[in-house]
Design a protein around this ligand. Structure first.
Ligand SMILES: *Cc1c(COP(=O)(O)O)cnc(C)c1O
Length: 436
């Protein structure tokens, strides 16, 4: 399977090139040249398979000829080594828990798969790979832990100063080895702009072998399809065949992967794109006008994205068929007050604690169900992070009930290293050139 840039559909590159370039020079995003349908037999019998088996089948469909099967299987077994359970909370309301990986967020799926693919393609003696990643919180931790200790790689993480939670900051700044953290005096969009500009800077490209680990990398998107199929498998075991997914969305990689899964043949009745005040996509679905805006800071900070990078991929999958897109995707946005109310309501209803991103998806699903009383599909909202990463949003009672995993407690005693920069490109470039 080859990949094309959304800005130059006629130019095709192999998977390896798409992974290492990440962002094509024409500033499009890579997409598979064709999206084959998984065989109907596999989908019907999917309940028989485990998550790694499903992942292998899906990956094979997109990556035949890029990575031989035995190697692909080894990569998947190493990367996808934690569970993604679907938990029933009430009739037709389920939570898909994606926070059981090392950084406690769904981004572990993408980051772990991508780092192992890159390391597989990196041969001895090749120039060191410099991964640049902008994070609004969760990407950085997942990427850092995904690449930590991987030979011949170095990761530079940029995050907006004062806009990530204490646990996230610990996950970014305590790694050492081949991981370094930079706090930028600005927003996530500023961090992303710095990374994007670095990729088009001739001098930096001459000196370093740069690559991105953001959700724009195609090797992050593909593994995120796995858990949609695996969720469907779990629901089939409960006799459910119709499913609606509610996805907390920021850069739209997660829901983009869900739509890719749908294109690959996963039967999905409805997707709900649930956002915070950064409502560029819900506004577009209402008005038909796509108007990126500067991001605003919210309690669900991993979704503070005013111009979601992955939207072009979704647009591409529908080839401008606005009617079909609007039929399959509902967009909805919530304020911070509604977010806090939602996580408190969910706690009251189920004694279940949701992170603020997850709470938005839960509320969106509940509201959609209330508006569609005839709908009998299994509603699944995606829990994208463990609540312990966002302690500041919870009241004292809830906070006391959050069980903090061991791996987080250990970070507190570790050395904390970070470089502080402004949001200007000249300063970032200087830092890269002088800290080689
Ligand atoms: C990154 C992130 C999101 C947003 O995911 P996108 O793929 O950028 O839409 C939602 N919730 C959490 C916890 C995240 O870390």
């Amino acid at each position: 399977m080859n990949f094309y840039s959304t800005n130059s559909p006629s130019v095709h590159v192999p998977f390896k090139e798409a992974v290492f370039n990440s962002l094509p020079q024409d500033r499009g995003l890579y997409m598979p040249v064709s999206i084959p349908q998984l065989d109907a037999d596999f989908i019907q019998n999917i309940a028989k398979y485990s998550l790694p088996e499903i992942a292998f089948k899906v990956a094979k469909t997109l990556l035949t000829d890029a990575i031989p099967e035995t190697d692909l299987k080894a990569i998947i077994d190493d990367a996808i080594n934690f569970a993604a359970p679907v938990v029933k909370l009430e009739e037709n309301i389920y939570v898909l828990e994606l926070f059981h990986g090392p950084s406690l967020a769904f981004k572990d799926f993408g980051a772990r798969f991508m780092s192992r693919v890159m390391s597989y393609f990196l041969k001895d003696g090749e120039k060191m790979l410099d991964v640049l990643v902008a994070t609004s919180g969760d990407t950085g931790g997942a990427v850092a832990l995904g690449f930590l200790g991987v030979p011949n790689t170095r990761v530079t993480i940029l995050y907006p100063k004062g806009k990530v939670s204490p646990i996230q900051e610990l996950q970014l700044t305590t790694n050492g080895k081949n991981i370094r953290a930079v706090e930028v005096d600005g927003t996530f969009d500023d961090c992303q702009a710095l990374v994007k500009q670095a990729f088009t800077d001739n001098e930096l490209n001459a000196q370093f072998r740069l690559t991105s680990a953001n959700s724009i990398n195609i090797a992050r998107l593909i593994p995120q399809t796995f858990y949609y199929f695996n969720a469907y498998a779990q629901l089939l075991r409960e006799g459910k065949t119709d499913v609606t997914f509610s996805v907390p969305s920021g850069n739209f990689g997660n829901i983009g992967a869900g739509l890719l899964a749908w294109k690959l043949g996963l039967p999905v009745k409805q997707f709900i794109a649930a956002t915070n005040a950064n409502d560029t996509v819900p506004a577009f679905l209402r008005s038909g006008v796509y108007e990126p805006k500067p991001s605003v800071q919210t309690l669900s900070n991993a979704m503070d994205v005013g111009n979601p990078s992955n939207w072009v991929r979704i647009d591409e999958m529908f080839k401008g068929d606005m009617a079909e897109l609007k039929k399959l995707i509902t967009g909805v946005s919530y304020t911070d007050d509604q977010t806090v109310k939602a996580l408190e309501d969910a706690f009251t209803a189920y004694n279940y604690i949701e992170c603020p991103h997850t709470a938005i998806a839960w509320r969106a699903l509940k509201d959609w169900k209330a508006q569609h009383p005839e709908d009998k599909s299994a509603g699944v909202f995606l829990a994208t992070a463990h609540p312990c990463k966002f302690p500041e949003v919870f009241n004292a009672e809830m906070e006391s009930k959050i069980v903090v995993p061991e791996q987080v407690k250990e970070l507190e005693g570790k050395l904390h290293v970070v470089a502080a920069l402004g949001s200007d490109f000249a300063g970032f470039k200087w830092y890269l050139m002088n800290n080689a």
